[in-house]
Each structure stands twice: as C-alpha cells, then as structure tokens.
Write a protein that binds this ligand. Structure first.
Ligand code: NAG
Length: 222
C-alpha cells in the first residue's frame, strides 16, 4: 500500500511538473512590474498597487525605428519585454522588431527557452527555419515574403536570414514576458568561463586548434 502511494505520488509530481507552453496565467487583471530591483520575486516581478497604475505602464513607443544592422551579423532585435514595458508582467507575452541588413543579414541559430515565437515579414524576404528535437532533427524551413507568417515552437533552434538585396523587417510575438535567448554559437563557444576544448573538440569532431580559434571569436569573458 505504501509502495502504491509512493508510486502514485511520484507520478503526480512528474505530471504536475511538466512545463506549461507559456507563462502561467495571471491571478488578477494585471500586475504592472513595480520595483525592478526588488529582492522579492513571485515567478515574475512584484506588482505595483493597481491604484497607482497609469496608462503609461502599458505603453511603449519606438518600434517604428529600425535597429542599426551595421554591426555583428547584420541583424538587430528590438525586444519589448517586461524590462521595457512593465505592464507585460505576468501576461505571458512580448513583442520584437527585427531588422536585417541586405545581402545576408542573419539572426543566427538560437533558442527562446520560455517562448513560442510567431513572426511576420513587413518588408523584404527572409529564409527562416527551425529544427526539431532528437532523434529526427528535422528542418522545417521556408522563404517568407511580405505578409507571410511563420511560427517557431518553444525551445527549438531557429534562425532568420535575409539573402535579398534590400533590407528586411519582421515583427514577432513571443509567448512570455521574458522569452530568454540562447544563441547556439555564443553559448557553446563563448561561455564564461570557457568549456574545456577537449569537450568541444570531441563533441564537434574538430581539432583543438579550430576549437580554440572558435572560442576566441565568440569569447565573452572580456
Ligand atoms: C541595435 O540598434 C540600436 C538602435 O540603432 C543600437 O543602439 C544598438 O546598438 C544596436 N544593437 C546592435 C547589437 O547592433
């Protein structure tokens, strides 16, 4: 009997710890983030007293402006998450504008650990895709034109690439107030402190010289 109860308890614990597909639903109309430096966290940020909430708490301005794509890989993400729009706190949603330089502007392979992303192209053309988990590692990819929409499921590696001759602009909704970002190359080759080059040489089937060179490219420690 005790064994049965233990098995049942373990099963229930496992089931209830399954990750939900988006942020948990709020327990009030809104919970405008109040004190960004608070030492208290409630799986999100502490709420401002609703009596003092203003329209500005739900407002952000500036997504009409293009991000500068001249640096890095030729893309620039302007993310409106809870850090920039306090009213998003507990609502499980955020918004991004992504600008791409012409001729190979790239938003490199990355993961949002906490969000599904739905993206639409406003200007230009993008080659986009995501890869499923093991064992298939299947690539789903598509060339998007203005007005097209594509969805990147939560937690999967995805990318966007502007192979066109003109700038591209996309807007994306994400199912978290704080989607998080893991850029694959930077996380693997640019961790701080670095992962042992023995590990990376074996994992990527590269010689250690190549690994050291890659680590220098992505170094994040200075
Ligand atoms: C993105 O664009 C903004 C606005 O032009 C700029 O301030 C910022 O430095 C750019 N970020 C990167 C990574 O280039």
């Amino acid at each position: 009997m005790a064994t049965y109860a233990l098995v049942l308890f373990t099963f229930l614990a496992l089931v209830s710890s399954q990750a939900s597909a988006s942020d948990p639903s709020p327990l009030q109309d809104f919970c405008v983030a109040y004190d960004m430096k608070s030492d208290v966290f409630v799986n999100g940020l502490v709420c401002k007293n609703p009596k003092y909430v203003k329209p500005e708490d739900f407002f952000f301005s500036g997504l009409d402006k293009a991000g500068d794509t001249s640096m890095n890989l030729g893309s620039n993400v302007t993310l409106v998450n809870v850090d920039r729009l306090a009213g998003l706190n507990t609502l499980g949603i955020s918004l991004a504008r992504i600008d791409f330089a012409p001729k190979n502007g790239l938003n490199p392979p990355h993961i949002h650990p906490r969000a599904t992303e739905v993206l639409t192209v406003m200007e230009g053309t993008l080659y986009v895709g995501f890869v499923t988990s093991a064992p298939e590692f299947k690539l789903f990819s598509k060339v998007l034109n203005k007005g097209d929409v594509f969805v990147f499921p939560q937690g999967l590696i995805h990318f966007q690439f502007n192979f066109g001759a003109v700038p591209a602009v996309a807007f994306a909704g994400l199912s978290s107030q704080n989607p998080g970002l893991v850029t694959v190359a930077n996380a693997v080759f640019g961790s701080n402190p670095p992962i042992s080059d023995d590990v990376l040489a074996k994992a990527f089937q590269l010689d250690k010289k190549t690994v050291d060179w890659l680590q220098a490219q992505f170094s994040n420690s200075n």
